[in-house]
Structure formats: structure tokens, C-alpha cells
Design a protein around this ligand. Structure first.
Ligand code: FES
Length: 112
């Protein structure tokens, strides 16, 4: 099974983490299953940007980005050439290194 390495993030995962994930799950699901509470404001339906991650290693193994994801990513805070919406990025058989961006844009939360 591929290993997902998470780089340290001040709030979500201060010491970083490393765990195995089943091929076929989304990166977002794998994070949540392993206790990393990444935001997923639209419940993983590819309609927000709060689950944005930067893929430091293994980007090409995650499959194609579709147009909807690409358009949304344009609005994500801290966009990079290897950014993905983690709920749309499906783990295959390659190890991954993931960085969680420092900020997210959560309109739902900002309005409260
Ligand atoms: S949770 Fe909204 S796009 Fe991933």
C-alpha cells in the first residue's frame, strides 16, 4: 500500500505524519481517516477549495484534473503547479508527500 507523508502544519498536524492508504480512496478521505481534520466544506463534491493540498511528491500518480477542479483551484489560497483538491485526488500505488496550505478560503465560515 502506498505511504502518504504529511508535512508539518501548525494547526492540523504539528509534527507531520505518515500513514498507509488504500489505493482508490481520495487524499481527503485518507487524511480524515488518519485524524487530520482537513476542511471539506462542500462534503467532497468538488464545489469549494477548502480541501486544497500541495502534492510535493507523487503528483503524476493522482490522475487527471478535470475542468471543474481546475477552475476551482484557480481560486484556492496559495495555488501551486502541483496543487490538487484532495477530495478529487485519488490515491494510486505510488507514495505521496502532501503539504497542507497554511490558509483556506472558506466562505461559509467567513460569513459567520
Ligand atoms: S471538499 Fe470541497 S472541493 Fe474538496
Amino acid at each position: 500500500m502506498p505511504v502518504i507523508k504529511i508535512l508539518p502544519h501548525a494547526q492540523l498536524c504539528p509534527a507531520g505524519d505518515e500513514f498507509q492508504a488504500e489505493p482508490g480512496v481520495s487524499v481527503c478521505e485518507a487524511l480524515l481517516e488518519n485524524g487530520i481534520e482537513i476542511e471539506h466544506a462542500c462534503e467532497m463534491s468538488c464545489a469549494c477549495t477548502t480541501c486544497h493540498v500541495v502534492v510535493k511528491r507523487g503528483f503524476d500518480s493522482l490522475g487527471e484534473i478535470d475542468e471543474i477542479e481546475e477552475d476551482l483551484l484557480d481560486k484556492a489560497w496559495g495555488l501551486t503547479p502541483t496543487s490538487r483538491l484532495s477530495c478529487q485526488a485519488i490515491v494510486s500505488d505510488e507514495d505521496l508527500t502532501i503539504e497542507l496550505p497554511k490558509y483556506t478560503i472558506n466562505h461559509a465560515r467567513e460569513n459567520h
